[in-house]
Each structure stands twice: as structure tokens, then as C-alpha cells.
Design a protein around this ligand. Structure first.
Ligand code: HEC
Length: 182
């Protein structure tokens, strides 16, 4: 609850509203040590350590079910970019797997990208591109995902995320509250 909510500054992603199948799949990857064992990815290592405490498959699926049942949480958009460029790249490079609305395609194990916070999407894209997010060779979709992130420049990735957050994300943006006037 501390790591996957908005209560702490140093925290992991909010997972509310991700589909149960994707959460369970990723939790299994952490549990099996196929994700979360790359020392270069400190956040991933913390998550790998946390999963060591989840002992049984029923516990794991119950966790996935819990987060999947929560409504996606609105968040403050922090990633700025060229929306038109991002839209064009998304249509060509991402939509075939993640859907025109970012809704994901469970039949090819592609998660939605329209519920996560923008900073987390960009963080993961960078980590796929630089190898910090490890995908097991048997995870064919993940291998293709890595290749598609690695084929784009840092600016392209930022623009794509800015576009997703503006046009595809299912929640309305939270606004920063202006500080009180002195
Ligand atoms: C060949 C299909 C395919 C393409 C093309 C593709 N993805 Fe993915 N994407 C996947 C799969 C499968 C996963 C889950 C991989 C894993 O297990 O790590 C994924 C994972 C992700 C994640 C991690 C989500 C999370 O919450 O963990 C993000 C973000 C993402 N993709 C964004 C994109 C963007 C942006 C593009 C376009 C540049 C793209 N993907 C292109 C299939 C694809």
C-alpha cells in the first residue's frame, strides 16, 4: 500500500485498473526472478524482493484481482511533448499491439497503456530501450516490445507518452493546486 499509492514521494506506479491477466503475468515474472533481478534497475529489484514474500499462486492471483478491481486513478500529467508527432508515431509503431485507444490486446498479451501514470509509461519505455526492464526470451510479445522501444529516440518516446496522456488516458487530468496567495 505504501509503494503503490500516492502517499509517498518515492514510490512505484499506481496499478489501479490494470487488467488482472497482465498484473498476474507480471507478478509471476517477478516471482520467478525473470523480472526484477537486474541490479541496474533499482525499482525493479525492490519489486522482486517484495514478491519473494508472496508465497502462493492463490495469493498472487488475489493481489492481481484486487488491483484490477480498482478504478484507474486520475494523476497530474508531468510529461510534455509534441502531441502531433506522438500521435503519428503511436499510430504506426504502437497501435497494432496496444490498440487505437490504448486499450490493450489480451489475445496477444499486450497490456493497456491508457490507465498508467505518464511518468511510469515513459520510465518503462526508457527501461525497455536501455535494457533495464528485462524480458524473458520466451516472452515473444515482450521481446518485440523491447525492440520497438529501442528503435525510437528519447524525444520520440516522450512525444508518444505526451500524446497517450493527453488523448488516450481514460481518467481526466488532475490539476496542481495553486499555492495560496500570500
Ligand atoms: C509487437 C507488439 C507490441 C508493440 C509494437 C508495442 N508493444 Fe508495448 N507491449 C507489448 C507487450 C507484449 C508488453 C508486455 C511485455 C512484458 O511482458 O514486458 C508491452 C508493454 C508495454 C508497456 C509497459 C506497460 C506496463 O504497465 O508495464 C508500455 C508502456 C508499452 N508497452 C508501450 C508501448 C508503446 C508506446 C509502443 C510504441 C512505441 C509499444 N508499446 C509497442 C507489445 C507491444
Amino acid at each position: 500500500m505504501v509503494c503503490h499509492s500516492t502517499r509517498e514521494m518515492q514510490r512505484g506506479p499506481v496499478l489501479d485498473g490494470l487488467p488482472e491477466w497482465y498484473l498476474a503475468e507480471q507478478l509471476r515474472e517477478f516471482k520467478l526472478g525473470r523480472r526484477g533481478n537486474n541490479p541496474a534497475n533499482r525499482a525493479g529489484v525492490l519489486m522482486g524482493a517484495a514478491m519473494a514474500k508472496v508465497e502462493t499462486e492463490p495469493q498472487l492471483t488475489a493481489l492481481a484481482r484486487h488491483f484490477a478491481a480498482l478504478r484507474p486513478k486520475p494523476f497530474i500529467r508531468v510529461i510534455r511533448g509534441d502531441i502531433a508527432a506522438g500521435r503519428a508515431h503511436y499510430a504506426i509503431r504502437c497501435a497494432s499491439c496496444h490498440g487505437a485507444k490504448g486499450e490493450g490486446k489480451p489475445e496477444i498479451a499486450s497490456p493497456p497503456v491508457n490507465v498508467q501514470e505518464d511518468w511510469f509509461l515513459l520510465d518503462q519505455l526508457r527501461k525497455y530501450a536501455n535494457g533495464q526492464r528485462v524480458v524473458h526470451p520466451s516472452n515473444a510479445g515482450g521481446v518485440m516490445m523491447k525492440a520497438s522501444a529501442a528503435a525510437l529516440s528519447p524525444d520520440d518516446l516522450r512525444n508518444i507518452v505526451a500524446y497517450i496522456a493527453k488523448d488516450l488516458t481514460v481518467t481526466s487530468p488532475l490539476q496542481k493546486v495553486a499555492p495560496p496567495k500570500p
